[in-house]
Structure formats: structure tokens, C-alpha cells
Design a protein around this ligand. Structure first.
Ligand code: MV4
Length: 464
């Protein structure tokens, strides 16, 4: 049993972990940077320790400072949240060496999944479907050409240490391969300190579908179904939902069983997410695994009734999955999440500043996860997400109607946010019909441009 947890994060996820701890009777320690003195995670934790200046590198990412805070506060575990140190195997190792429980998988597993081409090979061995591609790293342009010929164009090269699209290049011809291969290596080396690339068959218009898993420390793994996360812009998710209308009961069960066996074999522990691409034929192919709690976890919580963060804490305390979650998991209704970011609506640049008014929607089937409040301040140093709006309904229709009214009622003044953008997406036919893929946002912005152009032609103002 865990007695006291240090939360190595900020914002809504720090608050989310505090909620779970309070419900389990676990004491909480917040850490904060000088820019976060007045943050809610500081106010709601039992104790709080300032660990450094505003910039993340000097505070939330400063491993000695985080470990020292945990030792001073006598915390027996650290919850890393998402981002920051959550997928840093070295940090998990330092925790282990300091006798502090890291709430996540063992460092060896985090390291394996962080090396994307190794994760791919591990999945292949366990019969989880992967896309045709290279066996491991592709070292030279010559090797790349050999692989591309055997896989067939178009292909995509990806950084082994990557994520977020950096070091990634789509290659359609032999000429493009010469143009892009070394550029991708250089970009990956600059971004991740490692230029190694691997190759996959390129899927033109995939859907992004991911499976949530929980694994205890006694060898049991369970799947909690999938989330549909295709509505993205610049590799940042905007809207997530669960379940996916494209995943049949049969595909859900089969995929769940395959990943369960795979992760039991690997020795996975705690919460994790397996990302897949779905092609036009509705087939799923593994692309990568995330070894953390994710931003979009609440949509899975809504449809399964499982509190994933409480499950993480209880697993880390040694409890078995059998005692934590129902078996089988029953999926009820449909949930959708909108990410509310503080950013300029056209330029997508972060919009820091004072919030002058903040009114969150509530009522039946509505959940808002946020650490913001009226007169609060959005500092410029961190991620721009200031709130998550999650709705749950009996089906997708009801969830969408609920989201529209909740977006209408959500008031944020003083800074720009993505709320107006979400309102427009929920009016969009393609979105409403659920026919989208990862190119949706590009098509959506094209339609928007056209719509505004037409309004100008008839002499109306653009702002409708
Ligand atoms: C792909 C792909 C098409 N084919 N892999 C982008 C981020 C990284 N995690 C994986 N990504 C992609 N990998 C193959 N073989 C298309 C993307 C992709 C994408 C994936 C999910 C959601 C949005 C995306 C936007 C552009 C490209």
C-alpha cells in the first residue's frame, strides 16, 4: 500500500492524480516551479515544494531536484503524469535506486518501447500485426533503397528515438529517397540526439486508433478497449472518442487478446497505450506504445467506469487486477473529449496571459478536467492545454449533442482558446458522420477557407 505520493507534474494532470490519491486516502506532495506558485495543484496537495525557476528544464525536468523533494517529503512513490519525465527510463532507474516507487512500467520496458523499431520487432514476435517494413534500423541510403524496393513505394522513414512526427519523411520515389533520407537522419539527430531511422509502408489516409491496457505486478494484463484519435493537427490531438465506430466487437476482442499475451510476455506493468493505424480495409497495424497515462484517458474511464489513475496507484501498491477492475470489462455508451488549448485561433501559437472569466459547463454526462480558474494566469513556459471537456452519452448522437451544448456554455475570457474551433468542428458534416481519418483537419480548414471566401463574395462579414 502506498502512503504518500509525489506528483512530478503540473496543471490538470497533477490535479487529476491528487483527486485519485484523496479518494484512496493517500497523502500528496506537489512540486512546482516559481511560475506555478498560485496553481491549484499546489493548493490542493497536502504539501508543496518549490523545485526551481519557471523553465521546465530547470524545474519539472530537473531529476536531482525532483528526487530531493521526494526524499525531503518522505514520499514512497512518484506519479509522473504525462509528458515531462513520464517516459524517461533513466528517471525511473534513479527512482528505483533511491527506493522510490515509480508509478509506471519497469525502466527496461520503458526503454524498449522508447526505441520504436525494437518495440516494432517485439510486437512482431508476439504476432501483433505490424506494417511491412525494415527489420530494425536502416543505416544507409543504399540499404533504404533495398528496403523500399522490397516493401514498395510509398514508404515512410521514422526516427527510432522519435515521436511527434519529427525525423519522419514520406518517400514516394527513388529520387525522393535521395532527397529526404539524410535530411531525416539529420533532423532526428538534432531532435533526439540519435539519427537512427527505420522504414514502414506508408498508409495514405489512416485512422489513429489506440488501445488502453492495465497490467498488474503479478503478470496479468487487461485491455480496456480502444479510443479513436484521428482528429489531430500538427501531431497534436484535438478530439478523442471511445469506442471507435470502426472497431467491431470481434476486432476489439481479438486485438485485446493479442496485446494481452504480448504484454504479459514482455512483463508490462501499470497503465499503457498501444497505438495502431487502421487502413481503408479496417485492419489495425501496431505503430508504437506509450508507457504513461495519456491526456485522453477520461473517455475510456467514461465508457468502462474504471478510474484509471486510481487503478495505477493500486497496481503500484501491489494489488491484483482482479481486485481492481471488473472482468469482463463492459463498455457503455459513447464518450468524446475536446482539448481546450490556450492558443491563437488562426496562428495556433500559444496564448499566455491572465484569464479574466472562467465558467465551466456541468450537468448530466459532462466532466471538465482543468487546473484553471477565474483571474488565474496561463504561463508561457509550458504546454498550452488548459482544460479537457469530456462528455458521455448513450450513443455518439447524444454525446455530440451534449458536447455542443457544453461548448456553448464554456466561457473563457482574457486569452484565446480552441473552444470556437471545437464549436465549428461539431457543426461539420464529415465529423458528425464519423467518416474522418488523420487528414480530417486539413480538409476541414480548406472547407473553412472556402466558406469564408463565399461570405465575402456576398458581402457578409467573415465572423460567423
Ligand atoms: C504513419 C503514417 C502512415 N503510414 N506510419 C505520425 C506520428 C507518428 N506517431 C506516426 N505517424 C504516422 N505514421 C505509416 N506507416 C501516418 C502518420 C501520421 C499520423 C498518424 C496518426 C495521427 C495523425 C497523423 C498525421 C500525420 C501522419
Amino acid at each position: 500500500m502506498i502512503r504518500k505520493v509525489l506528483i512530478a507534474n503540473r496543471g490538470e494532470i497533477a490535479l487529476r492524480v491528487i483527486c485519485a490519491c484523496k479518494e484512496l486516502g493517500i497523502r500528496t506532495v506537489a512540486i512546482y516551479s516559481e511560475a506555478d506558485r498560485n496553481s491549484l495543484h499546489v493548493r490542493y496537495a497536502d504539501e508543496a515544494i518549490c523545485i526551481g525557476p519557471p523553465r521546465s528544464a530547470e524545474s519539472y525536468l530537473n531529476v536531482p531536484a525532483v528526487i530531493s523533494a521526494a526524499e525531503i517529503a518522505d514520499a514512497d512513490a512518484i506519479h509522473p503524469g504525462y509528458g515531462l519525465l513520464s517516459e524517461n527510463a533513466n528517471f525511473a532507474e534513479v527512482c528505483r535506486a533511491s527506493n522510490i516507487k515509480f508509478i509506471g512500467p519497469p525502466p527496461e520496458v520503458t526503454r524498449l518501447m522508447g526505441e520504436k523499431e525494437k518495440a516494432r520487432m517485439a510486437m512482431k514476435q508476439a504476432k501483433v500485426p505490424i506494417l511491412p517494413g525494415s527489420d530494425g534500423v536502416v543505416a544507409t541510403e543504399g540499404e533504404a533503397l533495398e528496403w523500399a524496393k522490397s516493401i514498395g513505394f510509398p514508404v515512410i522513414v521514422k526516427a527510432k528515438a522519435g515521436g511527434g512526427g519529427r525525423g519522419m519523411r514520406v518517400i514516394r520515389t527513388q529520387a525522393e529517397l535521395s532527397q529526404h533520407f539524410q535530411a531525416a537522419q539529420t533532423e532526428a539527430a538534432n531532435a533526439f540526439g540519435n539519427g537512427d531511422l527505420y522504414m514502414e509502408k506508408f498508409i495514405e489516409q489512416p485512422r489513429h486508433i489506440e488501445f488502453q491496457v492495465l497490467a498488474d505486478e503479478h503478470g496479468h494484463v487487461m485491455s480496456l478497449g480502444e479510443r479513436e484519435c484521428s482528429i489531430q493537427r500538427r501531431h497534436q490531438k484535438l478530439i478523442e472518442e471511445a469506442p471507435s465506430l470502426q472497431v467491431t466487437e470481434k476486432l476489439r476482442t481479438e486485438t485485446g487478446n493479442t496485446i494481452r499475451k504480448c504484454l504479459e510476455h514482455i512483463g508490462y506493468q501499470n497503465a499503457g497505450t498501444i497505438e495502431f493505424l487502421m487502413d481503408e480495409d479496417g485492419k489495425l497495424y501496431f505503430i508504437e506504445m506509450n508507457t504513461r497515462i495519456q491526456v485522453e484517458h477520461p473517455v475510456t474511464e467514461a465508457i468502462t467506469g474504471v478510474d484509471l489513475v486510481k487503478a495505477q496507484l493500486r497496481i503500484a501498491g501491489g494489488e491484483t487486477l482482479n481486485d481492481i477492475i471488473p472482468n469482463p470489462i463492459v463498455i457503455r455508451g459513447h464518450a468524446i473529449e475536446c482539448r481546450v488549448n490556450a492558443e491563437h485561433p488562426e496562428k495556433f501559437t500559444p496564448s499566455a496571459g491572465r484569464i479574466t472569466a472562467f465558467n465551466v459547463p456541468g450537468g448530466n454526462g459532462v466532466r471538465v478536467d482543468t487546473a484553471q480558474y477565474s483571474e488565474g494566469f496561463v504561463p508561457p513556459y509550458y504546454d498550452s492545454m488548459i482544460a479537457k471537456l469530456i462528455v458521455h452519452g448513450k450513443d455518439r448522437q447524444e454525446a455530440m449533442a451534449r458536447m455542443r451544448r457544453a461548448l456553448e456554455m464554456f466561457v473563457v475570457e482574457g486569452i484565446h482558446t480552441t473552444i470556437p474551433l471545437h464549436r465549428k468542428i461539431f457543426d461539420d458534416d464529415e465529423f458528425r458522420q464519423g467518416r474522418f481519418d488523420t487528414k480530417f483537419m486539413e480538409r476541414f480548414f480548406e472547407r473553412e477557407k472556402e466558406r469564408i471566401h463565399k461570405l465575402h463574395e456576398v458581402g457578409k462579414t467573415a465572423l460567423v
